[in-house]
Design a protein around this ligand. Structure first.
Ligand code: FMN
Length: 334
């Protein structure tokens, strides 16, 4: 798959006699989750690209601690894709330029977020209602930067107003180089199952690369979505938070039809402990310890004995103690 200068390759399958449906597998942007340490971990575990948490386009917030932390791409593998959010074309164009100056290789525009905080100011998926404004924002951002610009949307505003095909055509005309579609409407939020029919319809109507997203939580589901929709890539969100090793398994399954063995406890322990370390280094120990809790809840809590571990570790605010207790859990876990 091609986004501007970036060629996304699934793993080398030239030696395989019957490859199935290899496609790049991306990590979805998730505010509060896909910070630099988690993005780097997922890249190491096979994600072809990891999109940043959304960064505001409001000039008064660009210097806030939260935004400055999100602008830190030191040591991150290319391409660095940074997602921006906003409602005003000029502001979005300036935010795109600002992020390119701070290391973005790709700018991704968020028109998919259903959060009230976001939709009340008509940003995120609320923008899908206003096709003229969509066109204005996309054109302004594409013209403002020399790097590829991509877009992330939902299938529409609500089930009676699924305008993903129209938005995709606007995106293509505006110079957007790839489009991600989460197979739910804004009104659906996260309820019900994602549908892939609209994604398939979009894929048939436009010529830019299409990335399918929503409820892809296994290698079999990944294969089904790729075969059903014909998309160029897939994107994984929540399933990667619980099991960041899902990328390697999907890559392998798409190439061979076989699963990789489930990572051993030893391997899971190495993954979790290295993530904790990176979070302490990135945020500092106090903030890093708080950020680590959501990963411990997602990855460690479901393991045998994990519920009790979670009750104990959730009270801990000291990084060294958190690390030592996690190490101890894995050493005694079976
Ligand atoms: C905690 C959380 C934060 C999210 N933040 C963003 C965001 O900042 N930008 C965005 O476009 N989508 C965001 N999303 C939506 C995801 O990118 C993705 O579209 C959605 O979770 C569906 O994919 P999944 O079923 O693989 O999780 C977020 C989702 C979650 C669960």
């Amino acid at each position: 798959m091609n986004i501007g200068p970036w060629q996304f390759q699934a793993p080398d399958i030239s030696s395989l006699a019957h490859p199935l449906e290899t496609r790049p597998v991306f990590l979805a942007p998730m505010a509060g989750i896909t910070d630099r340490p988690f993005r780097q971990l997922c890249r190491q575990l096979g994600a072809a690209m990891a999109i940043s948490e959304m960064v505001t386009s409001k000039p008064e917030l660009l210097n806030s601690l939260k935004t400055r932390t999100r602008l830190n791409h030191e040591g991150e593998e290319q391409p660095v894709s940074v997602q921006i959010l906003g409602t005003e074309a000029k502001q979005m164009a300036r935010a795109a330029q600002f992020n390119v100056q701070h290391g973005a290789d790709i700018i991704d525009i968020n028109m998919g977020c259903p959060a009230k905080k976001v939709c009340n100011i008509s940003a995120g998926s609320a923008l899908l209602k206003n096709e003229l404004l969509v066109s204005e924002i996309l054109s302004a951002v594409v013209q403002a930067v020399s790097v590829p610009v991509t877009l992330k949307i939902r299938t529409g505003w609500d089930t009676d107003n699924k305008n993903a095909v129209k938005i995709a055509q606007i995106a293509e005309q505006s110079g957007i180089q790839a489009l991600t579609i989460h197979g739910r409407t804004r009104a659906c939020a996260y309820s019900g199952d994602a549908e892939y029919e609209t994604i398939k319809a979009v894929k048939q109507q436009v010529n830019i690369p299409i990335i399918a997203n929503g409820d892809i939580n296994s290698a079999e589901k990944a294969l089904h979505v790729i075969q059903y929709t014909g998309v160029d890539a897939i994107m994984i969100g929540r399933a990667a938070v619980k099991a960041p090793w899902i990328f390697a398994d999907i890559n392998h399954f798409l190439a061979t039809g076989q699963h990789l063995p489930e990572p051993s406890l030893q391997k899971k322990s190495e993954i979790v402990l290295s993530l904790l370390n990176d979070l302490y280094l990135f945020y500092g120990e106090s903030h890093g310890t708080r950020m680590a809790r959501k990963h411990l809840a997602a990855i460690v809590k479901p393991l045998s004995g994990g519920e009790q571990f979670w009750k104990n570790i959730n009270q801990i605010s000291d990084a060294q103690q958190q690390f030592a207790m996690t190490l101890d859990f894995f050493n005694t876990c079976n």
